[in-house]
Design a protein around this ligand. Structure first.
Ligand code: F6R
Length: 604
């Protein structure tokens, strides 16, 4: 939520580096964008709208300098206007600041600064920062000390990068919002990097380097042709240099019209990567390292949004193995946690930076819980704060709607429960289904008729999704995907629940998508629920593996290969992702950047 970047560059290409980097960070927010460069004087260009609009605003403007900062905004304080766009400046335009997070005590600070004569031009919380730096500079502090003094006054969450006119360098500080530093020109282990980057996330500068340092909460960084990291007391910190495993090309669209479509199509590969080296087919055993050895007596899953749907699925797997398990919305858990006892607490988060989930995990850790992060993001706050991590290995996901990472989460949850809790009979049934999953996913992608189904129903004003057991979280996910990118109303239900009220809304204009797999009791009962909605004239789309006769009652059928119900959930979800994508595409929506949303929600 908000993307920030800073670059201490080599030549005149710093402005291009910043703007290209901002484009890679737009998944974090796209309400407004701006850059500042420190040349002979400080130059700023910012505008409401996307990075593309920033490019137009930059137009023929010449902005020179090899040190600069940039920002792409997801609004918290104040609407998306030119004035509220970052970078924010002090009264004299000599200090420029970009910020991600929320400064909770900004109002008293602003009152104090205004009383001292500072003039504010925006509604943002951020603007107090350059004015605080200005105050400290006026009191005779050095730029580095002035930045530190300003940050010391802040309460809340922040990743901040600042420029001070006349100083050839960048200052940065982090608390509860991510910041990662990129070193050099891509040469692994380069002891004297020539270029430094700092950003909310690695894709911003991955084209230039794979060598990174993660800043920790309370740390400050000074990039001035060298790098100094200090803690809150000013003590120098020695930081580990990490190598990013994925290639810069993975953050491009590879010929697809949208990142979301590309990422839907990357699911066979994402699943393969998640399985690689973790499953021994002959012995039907699974090894996911430490998390798999925890033998939990109870599990509490914490997550939000799509990751919460994965949490529901994961909890069902552990319960199936005889281990009491429950999924919680992280934001609810953070303020009212249940008794934890000896339960293992597992945070599920693609980004590893979701503030709600981090805060719930911290609450659990404060109560003595053992914590596990299940995440896609190596080096994320969740990865570093939890006792153990299970990576889902999906590769970078840029589209705001989570797609391949949901598949990765479900596969990783299977591996986790198989390794930590499940009996050999279950392992022998599930391992072959997981082995076949990449191929089955490819088959769904190759043969899907989701586009035709989307064409049939793209004028509906409401869509319902139903499923039982493991198909219930997929029904929730199908609805979330559709509403977030099409802006049409959609709801997911446990199939048995629809008749307890919502059936009143069902009529011949309400397509109902029903997930029906296998030939057991769940399938039979879901078919009963299909008949209930058909009796109210609802069009029915069945997602089925053909092992039951649900297709007989359907207006349209989305098929998945016959497999284990755990795998069928992942395959059925791919069909629903494609339906959501094509409905949104036909409605002309902004698929990769849906209104009001951001990929990484770093505020509570
Ligand atoms: C929906 C979506 C969101 C995220 C949620 C949690 O497509 O992407 O619902 O799932 O904001 O994000 P992470 O998984 O990063 O914690």
């Amino acid at each position: 939520m908000c993307g920030i970047i800073g670059c201490f560059g080599r030549g005149d290409d710093t402005l291009d580096t910043l703007v290209d980097g901002l484009e890679k960070l737009e998944y974090r927010g796209y309400d407004s964008a701006g850059v500042a460069l420190a040349g002979e004087t400080l130059a700023v260009c910012k505008t409401a709208g996307t990075v593309e609009e920033l490019r137009s605003a930059l137009g023929a403007r010449s902005m020179a300098g090899h040190v600069g900062i940039g920002h792409t905004r997801w609004s918290t304080h104040g609407p998306p206007t030119d004035e509220n766009a970052h970078p924010h400046l002090d009264c004299e335009g000599e200090v420029a600041v970009v910020h991600n997070g929320i400064i909770e005590n900004y109002q008293p600070l602003r009152d104090e600064l205004e009383a001292a004569g500072h003039r504010f031009t925006s509604d943002t919380d951020t603007e107090v920062v350059p004015h605080l730096v200005e105050e400290a500079l006026a009191a005779g502090e050095s730029p580095e000390r002035a930045f530190r003094s300003a940050v010391e006054r802040l309460e809340g969450s922040y990743a901040i990068v600042a420029l001070v006119e006349g100083h050839d360098g960048l200052f940065a500080a982090r608390n509860d919002s991510p910041l990662v530093i990129g070193l050099g020109d891509g040469t692994a282990g380069d002891p004297n990097p020539e270029q430094f980057f700092i950003a909310s996330d690695v894709p911003a500068f991955r084209a230039f380097t794979d060598q990174v340092i993660y800043l920790d909460d309370g740390e400050f960084a000074h990039l001035d042709g060298g790098l100094t990291v200090t803690d809150a007391e000013g003590n120098r910190q020695s930081k580990a240099v990490n190598t990013i495993e994925w290639a810069a090309t993975e953050t491009g669209k590879s010929g697809y019209e949208h990142f979301m479509l590309k990422e839907i199509h990357e699911q066979p590969r994402a699943i393969r990567q998640c399985l690689r080296g973790r499953v021994d087919e002959r012995s039907a055993t699974v090894d996911v390292g430490e998390p798999g050895e925890l033998s939990p007596t109870g599990v509490q899953f914490l997550a939000c949004g799509t990751s919460y749907h994965a949490a529901l699925y994961g909890a069902a797997l552990f319960r199936d193995a005889g281990v009491p398990a429950q999924a919680f919305y992280a934001h609810e858990y953070a303020t009212a946690p249940p008794p934890i006892g000896d339960d293992l607490v597992v945070g599920i988060s693609q980004s590893g930076e979701t503030a709600d989930t981090l805060s719930a995990l911290r609450e659990a850790a404060n109560r003595g819980a053992r914590t596990v992060a299940l995440t896609n993001t190596v080096g994320s706050t969740m990865d570093r704060e939890c006792d153990h991590t299970l990576y889902i290995r999906s590769g970078p996901e840029i589209g705001v709607a989570a797609t391949k990472t949901f598949a990765g989460q479900l596969v990783a949850l299977n591996l986790f429960s198989l390794a930590a809790a499940e009996r050999a009979t279950t392992r022998r049934a599930v391992v072959p289904a997981l082995r076949d999953l990449p191929g089955d996913a490819q088959q769904v992608l190759d043969e899907s008729n989701a586009e035709a189904v989307a064409a049939e129903y793209d004028s509906a004003k409401s869509y319902f999704f139903i499923g039982r057991g493991l198909q219930f979280p997929v029904a929730l996910e199908g609805a979330l995907k559709l509403k977030e990118i099409s802006y049409e109303h959609a709801e997911g239900f446990a199939a048995g629940e629809l008749k307890h009220g919502t059936l009143a809304l069902v009529d011949d204009q309400t397509p109902v998508f029903a997930l029906v797999v296998g030939d057991g009791e769940k399938a039979r009962k879901t078919i009963g629920n299909i008949k209930e909605v058909e009796a109210r004239d609802a069009p029915v789309v069945v997602v089925t593996d053909g092992q039951n006769d649900a297709a007989r009652y359907a207006d349209h059928v989305l098929r998945v290969p016959a497999s284990h119900p755990r795998a069928a959930a992942i395959l059925g979800n791919i069909q629903l992702q494609l339906v959501a994508y094509h409905v949104a595409d036909r409605l002309g929506r902004s698929i990769d950047r849906p209104r009001n949303l951001a990929k990484s929600v770093t505020v509570e």
